[in-house]
Write a protein that binds this ligand. Structure first.
Ligand code: GSH
Length: 221
């Protein structure tokens, strides 16, 4: 049993929860956040889950972000690092396949997701759902859609020739981008046609971890 601190609406936490299901790892989730609670974002007056400023939390994760995990004596933060750890420790044949090339390609798409997709998705979720209306920035949504479009096209072109991101089988590399693509799908008002990305998301939609922790639009508020 590992411990996870995070919140179900955090895309970084979703990666870890989904990876646990893939690897068959049992976990206990402690709801934790400095910015979001059951009723939404602090800017609207909602009360956050809290916990991130507690000295014991900061000792585990000095950034005060979520997620953080504890597995015995191993404490980790940074969701891609956690997914990688879960893959190497518990997910052989499910998240990693032992081939350095597949591993490298999976890691490549995981970093790429943080660089190319997440900043724009963060703007979309904040501007369309979370922030109090008078705090929103005119034009920010359009700029985020323009910003993310070339990367969605790169993803779509890659998936034209590859069933999954690191090859023909599912791997840890599909988790961050898959959760990001689902968030995009929930918020996409307009954007490029991405038939191969859509087909890949439909394949991911058949996976238990995705269904439980990523699929519902309520997890993207
Ligand atoms: N790169 C870090 C980002 C950590 C991060 O910024 N997490 C967000 C949620 S996705 C967070 O802590 N938000 C503030 C909060 O909920 O208190 C990771 O992947 O773990």
């Amino acid at each position: 049993m590992i411990r996870i601190w995070g919140r179900p609406t955090s895309i970084c936490t979703q990666r870890v929860l989904w990876a646990c299901v893939e690897a068959g790892v049992e976990f206990e989730l402690t709801l934790t956040s400095g910015t979001m609670g059951p009723d939404g974002h602090v800017s609207t007056g909602a009360v956050p889950y809290g916990g991130v400023n507690a000295p014991r939390y900061r000792a585990r994760n000095p950034n005060g972000t979520v997620p953080t995990i504890e597995d015995g004596r191993c404490v980790l933060w940074e969701s891609n690092a956690i997914v990688t750890y879960l893959g190497l420790r518990y997910g052989h044949g499910r998240l990693v396949d032992g081939n350095p090339e597949t591993f490298g390609r999976a890691a490549q798409w995981m970093s790429w997701t943080n660089e190319r997709l997440e900043p724009h998705l963060h703007v979309l979720v904040m501007e369309l759902r979370r922030l109090r209306e008078d705090l929103r920035t005119p034009g920010a949504v359009e700029a985020a859609i323009r910003g993310i479009t070339p990367s969605l096209e790169i993803l779509d072109a890659h998936l034209a020739d590859s069933a999954y991101l690191a090859g023909n089988g599912f791997s840890m590399g599909d988790i961050p981008a898959g959760a990001a693509a689902r968030r995009w799908q929930v918020f996409a008002q307009r954007g490029p046609a991405t038939p191969h990305l859509d087909a890949w998301l439909a394949r991911l939609g058949e996976r238990e971890g995705f269904r439980r922790h990523v699929a519902s639009p309520e997890l993207h508020v």
